[in-house]
Design a protein around this ligand. Structure first.
Ligand SMILES: [Zn+2]
Length: 221
């Protein structure tokens, strides 16, 4: 699937699941928290593709992600291996939890990077990686001003974003090694598409965008 579809699925999935879950557990999300966590979930929904040296993320966010994707691809065994597992999503959430408790600046850096990732995934015209980082830094600074940390929702949004990426890739041929390090590759190829096929650019991505708008309307209007 395209980066844009993954980011939109992360946002839509989080908007659909997080508010009722938060309500049920007696910790309702404020509008500001819901907005910030949705952006983080959208960015985190790109993280499993850090193993893709030629993906949008590799070239999308400048030298940082170019080097990062090369290292992750080498360490994880190549595209759609270790990073496309439940363990990886849980690990990224644990990393966010560590950032949360150790250094506030680390937490903001992680949230800012994921916000830049989400913005870049949308592939807006004339918004390259320097602008994406600049806008994300401003948005993160505003969030830090209005939503004083620590942000207990951050690890959950990161793990949810990663797992929503897996849900998307599971629906396509090749699937994911969901239970890695166990060797089985799971797939439910309901969407037999090539990345960037017309079905994805004209149907799936716009459908997800509509879902994000409708869910946002429900929660914020
Ligand atoms: Zn993937």
């Amino acid at each position: 699937m395209m980066a844009r579809s993954h980011a939109l699925s992360g946002a839509a999935g989080w908007l659909a699941v997080a508010p009722p879950l938060a309500q049920a557990t007696g910790h309702p999300l404020s509008p500001g928290t819901l907005a910030a966590s949705t952006v983080v979930a959208a960015g985190a929904a790109l993280l499993p593709d850090l193993d893709h040296e030629h993906g949008t993320l590799a070239h999308g966010l400048g030298p940082v992600t170019r080097v990062l994707t090369e290292v992750v691809a080498d360490v994880s065994g190549g595209h759609r291996h270790a990073t496309h597992s439940l363990v990886f999503g849980a690990g990224m959430g644990a990393l966010a939890a560590v950032a949360l408790t150790s250094r506030w600046l680390l937490m903001l850096a992680m949230a800012g990077f994921l916000a830049a990732t989400a913005l870049r995934a949308l592939e807006l015209p004339r918004v390259g990686w320097p602008k994406s980082y600049a806008v994300a830094a401003l948005a993160t600074a505003a969030a830090a001003r209005w939503l004083p940390g620590p942000w207990p929702w951050l690890p959950l949004a990161v793990t949810a974003g990663c797992w929503l990426h897996l849900a998307g890739d599971l629906l396509t041929p090749r699937g994911c090694p969901l239970l890695w390090p166990l060797p089985w590759r799971l797939e439910v190829p309901l969407i037999d598409i090539d990345t960037s096929s017309w079905r994805e650019t004209r149907l799936i991505a716009p459908g997800l965008a509509v879902a994000v708008v409708l869910l946002s309307w429900t929660h914020f209007a």
